[in-house]
Design a protein around this ligand. Structure first.
Ligand SMILES: Nc1ncnc2c1ncn2[C@@H]1O[C@H](COP(=O)(O)OP(=O)(O)OP(=O)(O)O)[C@@H](O)[C@H]1O
Ligand SMILES: [Mg+2]
Length: 253
């Protein structure tokens, strides 16, 4: 199954969710490929130490721009069954570089994935905070979407635009099958704002909202600066428990 984690709003825990979903699934014994399409390469950096220079030639950039195969750029991680496709800052110019390209510029990730997807039970795609060509490529390549929404601030404004983009991808036949798997409340705490936002999300999206909510938990942030995921860094933390429960829900969908 190919799942995109997306929301054009920045800092809503897309990367944190993609990383820990991918890691958690691999710990359950599934073969998982985590693809970083964000030019910021935050997710890539959790698995490739900052002492190591990232190379555009060994990143998703080559697959999107030069139609290079994914196989040679897939990297193993220290977690069994978890492989990563690195991003690169040069991906930030993809919208410009492909502005004149008319040959399937929205289907490049899908094409690249078609040759490796059989090797994996799950492909998890982390996305940039935008609705540009990289995110469109992900939506075209994906079967399901997970939309993290931060309950830390008013959140609904951007969701209409996100829904319109999803509808556009479906209606233009780029990917008629694309479905929202669920909306995930992140950064939840006991404040009124957090509770209000969660209530509004449940009202708007109904049972598309995951029952599990992800609490604010500093261990989630610390795990990344320690180049690992939450199940390795702090398996008993509230963040690890929440992501574990979330993964259980994903497995039933
Ligand atoms: N539940 C949480 N509790 C505390 N900190 C968190 C939590 N989830 C994520 N963070 C931290 O918040 C910051 C933003 O999270 P993250 O990078 O996952 O968001 P993002 O949506 O991927 O951001 P961007 O839009 O920039 O890609 C990071 O520093 C991350 O470690
Ligand atoms: Mg991110």
């Amino acid at each position: 199954m190919i799942i995109s984690v997306a929301n054009q709003k920045g800092g809503v825990a897309k990367s944190t969710t993609a990383i820990n979903l991918a890691a958690g699934l691999s710990l359950e014994g599934y073969k998982v490929l985590l693809i970083d399409t964000d030019p910021q390469a935050n997710t890539t950096r959790v698995f490739i130490h900052s002492d190591v220079e990232l190379e555009a030639d060994k990143s998703l950039y080559n697959a999107i721009i030069k139609f290079s195969p994914l196989s040679p750029i897939i990297q193993e991680t220290k977690t069994d069954n978890l492989h990563v496709v690195p991003s690169h800052i040069r991906l930030s110019s993809v919208d410009l570089e492909l502005a004149q390209a008319f040959d399937n510029r929205s289907e490049r990730l899908k094409k690249a994935l078609s040759k490796v997807r059989d090797r994996y039970d799950y492909v998890i795609i982390d996305n940039p905070p935008s609705l540009g060509l990289l995110t469109i490529n992900s939506f075209v390549a994906s079967e399901k979407l997970i939309i993290p929404v931060s309950t830390g601030f008013f959140a609904l404004t951007g969701l209409v635009q996100l829904q319109e983009t999803i509808d556009m991808v479906k209606q233009t036949q780029l990917n008629p099958e694309l479905e929202i798997m669920g909306v995930l409340c992140t950064f939840s705490d006991r404040t009124n704002v957090s509770r209000d936002v969660e209530d509004q999300l449940r009202e708007y999206f109904g049972d598309q909202v995951f029952t599990t909510t992800i609490p604010k938990n500093v261990s989630l942030e610390e795990a990344h600066s320690n180049y690992t995921h939450i199940f390795d860094y702090a398996p008993n933390s509230s963040g690890a428990k929440a992501y574990k429960a979330f993964i259980k829900e994903v497995l039933t969908k």
